[in-house]
Each structure stands twice: as structure tokens, then as C-alpha cells.
Design a protein around this ligand. Structure first.
Ligand code: HEM
Length: 303
């Protein structure tokens, strides 16, 4: 049985580091995976950090073709809605998310990881994330209410055994800057219509009053009467003057993630997600997050 990367499901960490890397020169794909797989020192339970490592899908496929899901591909071009609203493609080669109880441990481990991987990759973007009022994003709304429970989440986020990429997950990673002044100038009743839920207790609007352009409406994707689900781990980032949401969404196929993004931009029916009037995507990338057990096959023997 394959073992997924546990960090996908490790809720409750207060401090986060998100680092995206580009290849240093043109190392063989195999060397990059071997370097990642040999990060033994960064995986000690005593460090109390959780890690999630993802690869540009094509890079992973070059190193492990038999373990690559067919539909995993990069975010290789901007996603543009009918009114010109654009979500940029900023695909990098490697993604490392370090999460822990406080930023000092996260900082030390992320520093060690950058050093460990320095021969093959160089950081191109780094964002520090933190928890806001336990489970809220910086709109002040609870974020994750409709998320599957931890019991259901592996069935939604993890590729089942027997399929290429078993135990792995497809990650959509985007940095969204919030237009907080505009949001604060919007009455709470209107904010609630933007999200499709009440602000204080996150109760979903009844279907009879749910706006068609609410965030909940646009991210609800039905197929043959069946709702397509993803597992979200959104994390606030930034300073008082410049902040937003790191969107971190996992699924066992790319399709629901991409469909949600398209619906947010109004592709298909021209209805753009009202939330996109208040948040601006700065980055966008897909990564394949392989099973720990698959990565382990690349690890050199421990000393
Ligand atoms: C700035 C970016 C975003 C913010 C602040 C945000 C915030 C929220 C909030 C407050 C909710 C309602 C509570 C909940 O069920 O979690 C929600 C729901 C949801 N969001 Fe987002 N979101 C963002 C981007 C995205 C993106 C990019 C996607 C997908 C690609 C997405 C997918 C979903 C889904 C699937 C739901 C649950 C819908 C339902 O079934 O009720 N969100 N989001």
C-alpha cells in the first residue's frame, strides 16, 4: 500500500513557509528527485514540522514515468475569462511547504532544505503564511467549512492504489492578494452574498437565495448529479499593508481544480465569481505530490 505525504492532512499548524524553486541549470530529472528523496534529516518527528513536496508534473514524469498520473500537467498558460480577468501561470519546478507550530522551527527547517537542495534547484518565490483566528481567511470568513473531513479527505485528495501515481496528489497552488480596503468598504450583508455563506457562523445560503455568482456557486462543480470535491488547505499570508490567501488545493485528478478555476473566471457561462472582484491572483502552478513510499525508492541508503 502506498503512503501519501502526511503534511497534506496535518491541520492545525500556525506557521508556514511556501517555497517554489527553479532548476539550477539543467540537472537530470532523476537527480532532482533523488535530492528531494534524501532529505532524511528534515523529516525527523522531533522537529515537529510537516512537509509537502511537489514536482512540476513533467519533471516528475521524466524521472518516474510509470508513477505519473496521465492528467497531471503544468499551469502553462494564463487562464483568461471572457471579460479579460486573468489568472497568471507562474509554474516552477519544485514546491516545498514547511509547516509547524511556530515560525522559528519552520524557518530553520526551510533554511536547511534550501541548503540541501542547492545543487539542483534555486528558490524563485518564498512566502510566509500564518493562521488567522484558527480557521478564517483574511476576508474574515471561515475557510474550509465545506472541506471533506479528515476521514473522507484521502479518498478525494489521493490517487487510489493500482493507478499511475498511486498515493500521490495533484496540487493547485496560487497566491491571491486581497483588496482589503474594498472588502472592508463592502457591507457584511453584501460580503455574505459574495461568498454565499454567513460571516459569523458560515451557514450556507439556501438555494433559493444563493447568488449565481457567489464563490460557493462558482466552486460547486456537479457532474452527472455528483459533486466534484477537492481538499483545501488555504493559508493567510502577508503584512497589514499587503496580504491575502495562499490557495492550496489537493485532488486526485486535475480536472475539478481546473474546472473550479474556469468557473471562477466565468469561462463557459460568462458568470464571474464575485470574490474575484476583491482578490487578485499573483501566481499559479500545478504540482504532483508523490507518495512518500514512491519517493523513498529514489532515496540513497541512509548512513
Ligand atoms: C483568495 C482566494 C480564495 C478565498 C479567500 C476563498 C475563500 C473561501 C471561503 C470563505 C469559502 C466558504 C467556506 C468553505 O466552505 O470553505 C470557500 C469555499 C470554497 N472554495 Fe474558496 N477561496 C479562494 C479561492 C478558491 C479557489 C482558487 C478554489 C478552487 C480552485 C476554491 C474552491 C472552493 C470550494 C470547492 C469551496 C466549497 C464550495 C462548497 O461546496 O460550498 N476557492 N472559499
Amino acid at each position: 500500500m502506498s503512503t501519501p505525504q502526511m503534511g497534506i492532512f496535518s491541520l492545525g499548524d500556525g506557521s508556514h513557509s511556501f517555497i517554489e524553486f527553479a532548476l539550477r541549470g539543467s540537472p537530470p530529472a532523476n537527480d532532482v528527485v533523488v535530492a528531494v528523496a534524501s532529505m532524511h534529516d528534515q523529516r525527523k518527528t522531533t522537529d515537529a514540522v510537516n512537509l509537502v513536496v511537489g514536482f512540476r508534473p513533467e519533471l516528475w514524469r521524466a524521472a518516474a514515468p510509470a508513477d505519473a498520473p496521465a492528467d497531471a500537467v503544468s499551469f502553462d498558460r494564463a487562464l483568461v475569462g471572457p471579460d479579460g480577468y486573468s489568472m497568471p501561470a507562474t509554474q516552477a519546478d519544485l514546491f516545498v511547504w514547511t509547516a509547524g507550530p511556530s515560525y522559528d522551527v519552520v524557518f530553520d527547517i526551510a533554511t536547511a532544505i534550501i541548503g540541501h537542495l542547492a545543487k539542483v534547484v534555486v528558490p524563485v518565490r518564498e512566502v510566509a503564511g500564518w493562521t488567522y483566528r484558527v480557521n478564517r481567511d483574511l476576508t474574515g470568513f471561515e475557510d474550509g467549512t465545506e472541506n471533506p473531513s479528515l476521514e473522507e479527505a484521502p479518498g478525494i485528495a489521493i490517487i487510489p492504489d493500482g493507478q499511475p501515481g498511486a498515493g500521490g496528489s495533484i496540487l493547485l497552488f496560487q497566491q491571491w492578494r486581497h483588496k482589503t480596503d474594498d472588502w472592508r468598504a463592502t457591507p457584511v450583508a453584501q460580503q455574505e452574498r459574495v461568498i454565499g455563506r454567513t460571516k459569523s457562523d458560515s451557514i450556507e445560503f439556501d438555494a433559493s437565495v444563493m447568488p449565481a455568482n457567489s464563490h460557493v456557486s462558482r466552486t460547486t462543480v456537479d457532474e452527472n448529479g455528483q459533486e466534484r470535491k477537492i481538499f483545501r488547505r488555504n493559508t493567510p499570508y502577508g503584512t497589514v499593508g499587503d496580504h491575502g490567501t495562499m490557495f492550496v488545493g489537493f485532488a486526485n485528478t486535475r480536472d475539478p481544480l481546473q474546472r473550479m478555476l474556469e468557473r471562477m473566471a466565468g469561462i463557459g457561462d460568462g458568470v464571474r465569481d464575485a470574490l474575484t472582484r476583491f482578490v487578485t491572483p499573483l501566481t499559479g502552478a500545478y504540482y504532483f505530490v508523490p507518495a512518500l513510499s514512491t519517493l523513498a525508492r529514489f532515496a540513497p541508503p541512509a548512513d
